[in-house]
Write a protein that binds this ligand. Structure first.
Ligand SMILES: Cc1cc2nc3c(=O)[nH]c(=O)nc-3n(C[C@H](O)[C@H](O)[C@H](O)COP(=O)(O)OP(=O)(O)OC[C@H]3O[C@@H](n4cnc5c(N)ncnc54)[C@H](O)[C@@H]3O)c2cc1C
Length: 451
């Protein structure tokens, strides 16, 4: 327990690690963050007009008691519990999510096409599929693949689906059985309860980021903001920051992107840098739009698989909390656009205009509504979704195991680069369990060894 532990990055992973160290009563630790705020991708921002913005529409759902207790401790009674009201915009129609369970909302030709495809697919073996694209067709059949699963996933990932693995799917994609779909169609039954986020919480004040800003006081003088890591030296076990400061460590939990970590680590072999550089990411632009108008809908979020929309998802963000907007005479939308990393500036430059046009095309806004926009917020992310490529695990294993050999655990959304365990709760728990492993050799359960 005399080890000096350094935490790089004050997002959910870093805060999970810090919280655990506080729980354990350990004293010799520090957390360093490049920004002047904490929360990472789960941070929120309040603009001058009083609109609160998350980085994309975050919803809080958890798989872990430890994270639940942390959240309860921060939010206490100050949260709202929601039931998901989520839809897919298709062929000028709203289909309740998950699409595959609610195809009855489509016209009869398409319903038939989907059912025939599903029946065919039920005879296939999904395990034979060698990549995500083939897995989609083998699982959902030609109709659902063509009308929703392929175009939607192409919108989100902006990455060739045939180069993506199918091994990450588990609870991230709702798979189905033919009988259930048929029953829903014939009995005209809505089937909307699937998935871990069918119920979710949202902070009453300050957006998702409140869950982490609310912990700031507990970080005390262990927290060092505006410290961007410049280099990590394995031999001298020292970290240098861009402001010239230096610090030392015995062990480390880091959530800075693994490809960056490999580049800035003095003593990292070329093979590790090369492996980390092959990890793929989607980039994204998040567009907040604030309107001077009461909210016209009770929906939570909507998916947009059709190519005439620039975004893959839009959230009625003011429906998550009335305090996300100045008052009930205002409402807000958050649109999310994916793109390859090299295009993020170009997409960001026209994102407000293209989002407004897309919202008009989708029937969410009229031309007149555009005049009621009183606030906009554009957030560009060079990394938004860690892509589970076919080669990912091999490259990841090489890089992760190298750092583990030096008592550096790289964890979290881009520290660990595993989308399937890349949500807020997973990341927080990875931070917590990394501390337990480094301090007392306990086995991690969220981060499992790579195959
Ligand atoms: C569009 C979008 C929507 C999402 N929606 C949800 C949702 O609905 N529900 C959910 O549970 N999760 C959601 N997530 C995921 C959630 O945001 C992440 O799981 C979580 O933020 C990951 O935490 P982290 O600490 O691992 O990484 P991050 O949040 O990325 O934190 C890493 C931190 O490291 C810092 N850092 C990076 N480089 C350096 C450096 N060189 N020096 C110092 N500091 C550095 C960063 O500034 C950052 O603060 C969403 C993510 C995105 C992108």
């Amino acid at each position: 327990m005399r080890k000096r532990i350094l935490i790089l990055g004050a997002g959910p992973t870093g805060i999970g690690a810090a919280h655990r160290l506080n729980d354990l009563g350990h004293r010799d630790w520090d957390i360093y963050e490049q920004h002047d705020y904490i929360g990472g991708l789960a941070a929120s921002f309040t603009d001058e007009s009083g609109f609160v913005w998350d980085i994309g529409g975050h919803v809080l759902f958890s798989h872990y008691d430890y994270f639940d207790q942390y959240v309860d401790g921060i939010l206490k009674e100050d949260y709202l519990a929601h039931e998901r009201r989520s839809f897919i915009r298709m062929l000028n129609n709203w289909v309740p999510y998950p699409f595959q369970n609610n195809i009855r909302y489509l016209n009869k030709d398409i319903v038939l096409e989907c059912l025939v495809g599903l029946l065919e697919a039920s005879k296939n073996s999904r395990s034979a599929a060698g990549n995500f694209r083939d897995w989609i067709s083998a699982t959902f059949g030609a109709g659902i693949a063509k009308h929703f699963m392929l175009p939607y996933n192409e919108m989100v990932w902006k990455f060739p689906l045939e180069e993506m693995s199918k091994d990450w799917i588990a609870e991230r994609v709702s798979v189905i059985d033919f009988e259930r779909v048929l029953r829903n169609v014939i009995l005209e039954r809505d089937d909307v309860g699937w998935g871990p986020n069918s119920k979710f919480k949202f902070p009453l004040h300050g957006g998702t980021g409140t869950m982490f800003e609310g912990y700031r006081a507990d970080l005390g003088d262990h927290l060092h903001l505006n410290h961007r890591v410049r280099s990590v030296d394995l031999e001298s076990r020292a970290v240098e920051f861009e402001n010239g400061e230096k610090t030392s460590f015995d062990v480390m939990v880091t959530s800075i992107p693994l490809d960056e970590l490999a580049l800035i680590t003095v003593g990292a072999p070329e093979s590790v840098r090369d492996a980390a550089s092959r990890l793929a990411t989607t980039a994204g632009v998040m567009i907040g739009l604030g309107f001077k108008k009461p909210c016209p809908s009770d929906k939570c979020w909507m998916y947009f698989p059709e190519s005439n929309s620039p975004f893959y998802r839009v959230t009625y963000f003011s429906n998550y909390s009335p305090n996300n907007v100045p008052d009930s005479e205002h409402y807000s939308l958050v649109c999310e656009i994916s793109c390859p990393p090299g295009e993020v500036d170009a997409v960001g430059a026209t994102a407000v205009e293209s989002s407004l046009n897309g919202l008009v095309a989708a029937g969410l806004l009229s031309q007149a509504d555009i005049d009621t926009v009183v606030s906009t917020k554009v957030i560009k992310l060079t990394r938004s979704y860690p892509v589970p490529t076919i080669a990912r695990d091999q490259n990841l294993k090489h890089a992760i195991e190298f750092f583990e050999g030096h008592d550096i655990l790289s964890r979290g959304r881009f520290g660990g680069w595993r989308y399937e365990i890349g949500n807020t709760d997973h990341s927080f728990m990875q931070g917590k369990e990394a501390v337990d492993r480094l301090m007392s050799g306990e086995q991690e359960t969220v981060w499992t060894p790579l195959p």
